[in-house]
Design a protein around this ligand. Structure first.
Ligand SMILES: [Zn+2]
Length: 206
């Protein structure tokens, strides 16, 4: 016998599909939502709908944005010669928070993961290659994929494919713990990883 009515059960099971939300948390959130007044609940629903409808990918860097090109790509103060390649939009926020990097980004929206059947076409690597071909002012690509087997395989692939272009390809210095995600790194660790980046292909750094 179900513990809750079908509509509550449905809400709990939808919430429990969200990342990091276990069954217990899903129940807590569901009952919190039910206890909200109508205006609060409407505002939550509207925030989800608005974020989904007004957010698109920047045509240049593929980051999520409300306007295209995104504020970072259209900022004249940013260094247009360097592109930092990250796995997710959250990684962009992590680097922006650290305030160490002033170049541009490229969001892959994934990495190779043969175990999960994820290939190059599941990432935005082809958009990156097109962008590099069209923008000769870009002289360095810094690969900041996570220090995981998939992140490293993606970095290796990128360095090989970019080698003939003469663009310098660098990788964040280790110091970020193996298997950990960039988004959990503290500002100082990120700063050191950026400053100590190692060259994978192409010319010298700096
Ligand atoms: Zn952009």
């Amino acid at each position: 016998m179900a513990r809750y009515s079908p509509s509550i059960q449905n809400l709990i099971s939808s919430l429990s599909k969200l990342p990091g939300i276990g069954g217990k948390s899903a129940q807590n959130i569901a009952f919190h939502i039910l206890s909200m007044d109508d205006a609060e609940a409407a505002s939550l629903t509207e925030a989800i709908t608005t974020a989904r409808t007004s957010t698109k990918r920047c045509s240049v860097c593929q980051n999520f944005t409300d306007r295209d090109p995104c504020p970072i790509c259209s900022d004249a103060q940013r260094d247009k010669t360097t592109v930092l390649v990250v796995e997710t939009p959250r990684d962009v926020s992590t680097f922006e928070r650290a305030r160490e990097y002033n170049g541009l980004y490229h969001v892959l929206h994934g990495v190779f993961d043969p175990m999960k059947n994820k290939s190059i076409s599941d990432t935005t690597i082809s958009d990156l290659l097109k962008r590099l071909a069209e923008h000769s002012e870009i002289t360095e690509v810094i690969i900041a994929t996570n220090q995981t087997a998939e992140g490293n395989a993606t970095a290796l692939y990128l360095s090989r494919i970019l080698e003939p272009s003469g663009i310098t390809v660098t990788r964040l210095a280790s110091g970020l713990p193996m298997g950990s995600d960039i988004e959990y790194a503290d500002d100082l660790t990120l700063m050191n990883a950026l400053r100590g980046r190692i060259t994978l292909a192409g010319g010298k750094k700096d």
